[in-house]
Design a protein. Structure first.
Length: 451
């Protein structure tokens, strides 16, 4: 679908008086907040004001981008018309969501269930709302940027800084570690909201995420910082992978320590859900089972198979420590008679190592040479990546795609490499037909194309 200025105008007309009324209320709220004494604002906890508070054409609702201001001020318009986050609540009304709710035997409709609204809308208690707003806005501005009551008015002042906004409630998405945490709170889950094996069996899609790839496909409503960092996308991929691994291990530790263990969403889905074919046609049987017993479901290490190649280049000692920690996690997970306490303890130790790496990766410099070396290493590890399963193959494919696109100037045979990467994505379209051997062969074909 193509979004144009005419489409924006038509959409505004269709909403008619409601949109006008909302903007009038918005202007009043902004004036009240701006005029309120700072001491009174400070005494109150931060509250949510709803995305309509950002929609004025003089705020972030401009249709054409402003060229006479520090920011384009069309951020709300981009979000409401092009961003899938704005449609997140709407999907709860479709047939798939209704079927999932029936299978889960939810007491409420998906549009009313907190189990769904936690990730599909801005679902906060009434006591945290500065003014009424509803769920239909989906994943709105404050879902990512934090409650705006204390900075909505002041942040328009000429000398007001980003750091001042963060100090009074804005979520710091400029910090890659914090940005990753915010995205993963839904795209992976946390203690308040998560996708379980029961939900997947009921029809909810399994969760897949990689910070740089997902950022790249978003309709961009922000300016990249002018920090002269030509490899910020590599930094985003690296930090995102470290935080994703940390959060996945934290979730594993939390789940193993709960009364709901085992949680089968922690295992590789395809270890059970795959066609049973003749032995000479089964790549799983041909690859073997390494250090686990045949028939036991393996832990899903999708967040590490490609990331480990970067860690080995950056710090061989940290890579060795993390390898050891994760081998212990996998060993405990791959036993039929598991010790949940041993799993939780091992996952906690590994999460700590990943957290240390995230901080280091966020503060280091990246280069073309490092990027190309990591690309070579991921491609050279094609057999191990592919044999670990489709989820690891997905992460490796997104990694190669991100790293190739990050190279500036472009790699000499970038078009041919991208065509080969497109072939990798093609093999991941149907999980049931995934074949490790053909995937590995396709990935190995990239090696001679790299400089």
């Amino acid at each position: 679908m193509t979004f144009t200025a005419a489409a924006v105008y038509t959409n505004s007309i269709s909403q008619g008086g409601l949109l006008l009324l909302d903007r009038i209320v918005t202007a009043v709220v902004v004036m009240i907040l701006a005029a309120a004494p700072m001491a009174a604002q400070t005494a109150l906890p931060p509250q949510y004001v709803g995305p309509g508070s950002c929609s004025s054409s003089t705020c972030h609702g401009s249709v054409p981008p402003r060229t006479d201001a520090r920011i384009p001020q069309d951020e709300y318009s981009i979000w409401v018309l092009q961003d899938k986050h704005a449609k997140a609540y709407g999907v709860l009304a479709n047939q798939q969501s209704q079927r999932i709710a029936r299978n889960l035997r939810l007491n409420d409709k998906p549009q009313q269930s907190h189990q769904c609204l936690g990730c599909h809308a801005l679902d906060v208690p009434a006591s945290q709302k500065a003014r009424p707003f509803d769920f239909s806005d989906g994943v709105g501005c404050e879902s990512c940027h934090g409650p705006a009551s204390k900075w909505l008015g002041p942040h328009t002042a000429r000398n007001w800084t980003h750091e001042q906004s963060v100090a009074v409630g804005m979520f710091d998405t400029k910090n890659l570690i914090r940005r990753s945490e915010k995205c993963l709170s839904c795209h992976l889950g946390n203690q308040d909201q998560e996708v379980t094996h029961e939900m997947i069996a009921a029809g909810h899609p399994d969760l897949l995420f990689e910070l740089d790839s997902y950022t790249a496909v978003m309709p961009r409503h922000w300016k990249e910082p002018l920090d002269q960092d030509p490899y910020r996308e590599v930094r985003a991929w690296s930090v995102g992978q470290a935080v994703q691994l940390r959060e996945a291990l934290t979730a594993l530790a939390r789940r193993a320590g709960s009364t709901q263990w085992p949680e089968y969403a922690e295992y590789d889905c395809a270890s059970c859900h795959h066609p049973l074919v003749k032995p000479d046609e089964s790549w799983r049987q041909q690859f073997g089972y390494d250090d686990r017993t045949a028939g036991t479901p393996p832990w899903n290490p999708q967040g590490y198979q490609a990331f480990r190649q970067l860690v080995r280049e950056v710090d061989a000692s940290s890579a060795s420590q993390l390898d050891t920690e994760l081998k212990e996690v996998a060993g405990n997970m791959n036993r039929l008679q598991q010790s949940p306490r041993a799993i939780s303890d091992a996952a906690t130790r590994a999460a700590s190592a990943a957290d240390t790496l995230a901080t280091r990766l966020n503060g280091m410099s990246y280069s073309r040479e490092l990027t190309i070396r990591v690309l070579h290493n991921i491609v050279a590890d094609a057999d191990s990546v592919s044999a670990t399963g489709e989820r690891s193959a997905e992460q490796a494919t997104m990694a190669v795609d991100s790293l190739v696109l990050a190279c500036n100037p472009p790699l000499p045979r970038a078009d041919a490499i991208q065509a080969a990467v497109a072939g990798l994505f093609k093999q991941l379209e149907n999980p049931s037909s995934y074949n490790a051997r053909t995937f590995a062969a396709q990935m190995k074909a990239i090696a001679p194309l790299l400089p």
